[in-house]
Design a protein around this ligand. Structure first.
Ligand code: ADP
Ligand code: SF4
Ligand code: MG
Length: 328
């Protein structure tokens, strides 16, 4: 059996932000690989570094950021490009919106205010091979695909609700049919039927051969469509597992705590608060909130392995133990 080469292979991605009197550890030593036809969800509480990850891959970080590591993008027969060292002009012309699409977290602020949704969408389609005659019908089809009434394309961004702007941003990201899509909280502001509609649309794109990195704080969304789930905590991936395994038998106490917080489970919030990314502890960053912590956890980092199957914990949950806790 031949294993498909990753379309994107990220190794050791680390992002720091310089502030006048501190340094923000936004992403630390992050490894992930994503193949055509695969949907990888990155989940975690607000502020753990998910959006910074997406922005780092697309060269969209501000000037106070320092980025290290590598992010090799292989598309077609062309040599791999390292997104982290790629010249900004090349990223803008050859990669962003072409090979790698982004559904941004705050579409209302990223949509050009002086053009209607239709004009934005038609321009994007025209820039990616649709003729003047084809583009309007293709725009209507895309609007319908994302669950937007084509008539709403004639509105300006400020006339759209948050959920409509979100769907327009998704349509714009899908228009060039990119082989890799970074979807950063693509279901914000949508009601549950539209959330499911958007997730299923991403899944269909994957099934047609695209790779999708879904960034979300909504575990139920990840469970619905992801092949594997990477759990981020305080700038690091602490567990990466096949979706079913993560939801049935999480190995990291933080993953288990996140699952416990779901309304359909124990509905028990994760105790305490995440640490400041300007002041991370030397040992495990979850130690202050973890009921399995031992003195060693507070002094020794718990970084083990990379890729699917990784659990960065000194005392991971044993499956037998978990089964005992699950009510019959
Ligand atoms: N330009 C910046 N300067 C300093 N800190 C930043 C900057 N952008 C993001 N951060 C910090 O990086 C951390 C991760 O942010 P983010 O990736 O947006 O989190 P989320 O997981 O909610 O998407 C947060 O602590 C945020 O405050
Ligand atoms: S390393 Fe220790 S403190 Fe951290 S999650 Fe594992 S058991 Fe808890
Ligand atoms: Mg975010």
């Amino acid at each position: 059996m031949t294993i498909t080469e990753p379309l994107l292979a990220v190794a050791g991605l680390t992002v720091r932000f310089r502030l006048p009197d501190a340094e923000v550890h936004a992403v630390t030593d992050l490894h992930l690989a994503i193949r055509p036809g695969e949907l990888l969800a990155v989940v975690g509480e607000s502020g753990c570094g998910k959006s910074v990850l997406a922005h780092a891959l697309l060269g969209l970080l501000p000037g106070n950021a320092t980025v290290t590591g590598s992010a090799l993008l292989r598309s077609g027969a062309a040599p791999a490009i390292d997104l982290l060292t790629c010249p900004p002009r090349q990223l803008a012309r050859q990669v962003r919106g072409r090979v790698v699409g982004l559904v941004p977290q705050s579409p209302a602020t990223s949509l050009t205010p002086v053009r209607t949704g239709r004009r934005l969408l038609v321009e994007t389609l025209r820039a990616h091979g649709h003729t003047r005659a084809q583009a309007p019908a293709a725009a209507d089809r895309l609007a319908a695909e994302v669950g937007l009434d084509p008539a709403d394309l004639d509105r300006y961004p400020h006339e759209l609700s948050g959920g409509m702007a979100q769907r327009l941003a998704t349509a714009l990201a899908l228009a060039p049919d990119p082989p890799l899509l970074l979807a950063d909280e693509p279901t914000t502001g949508l009601d549950r039927p539209l959330v499911d509609h958007t997730l299923d649309l991403l899944r269909r794109r994957c099934d047609a051969g695209a790779a999708v990195l879904l960034i979300t704080h909504d575990l139920t969304a990840a469970q619905r469509v992801a092949d594997t789930v990477a759990v981020m905590y305080a700038s690091r991936i602490v567990e990466h597992a096949p979706t079913e395994a993560l939801f049935d038998t999480p190995g990291h106490p933080y993953s288990a705590a996140l699952l416990d917080a779901l309304p359909q489970r124990a509905f028990r919030p994760v105790p305490g608060h995440p640490p400041m990314l300007t002041d991370l502890p030397v040992g495990c960053a979850f130690a202050a909130r973890c009921d399995r912590a031992t003195p060693a956890c507070r002094v020794q980092p718990a970084f083990t392995g990379t890729g699917v199957g990784r659990v960065a914990c000194h005392h991971p949950l044993e499956h037998a133990e978990l089964r005992a806790e699950v009510p019959a």
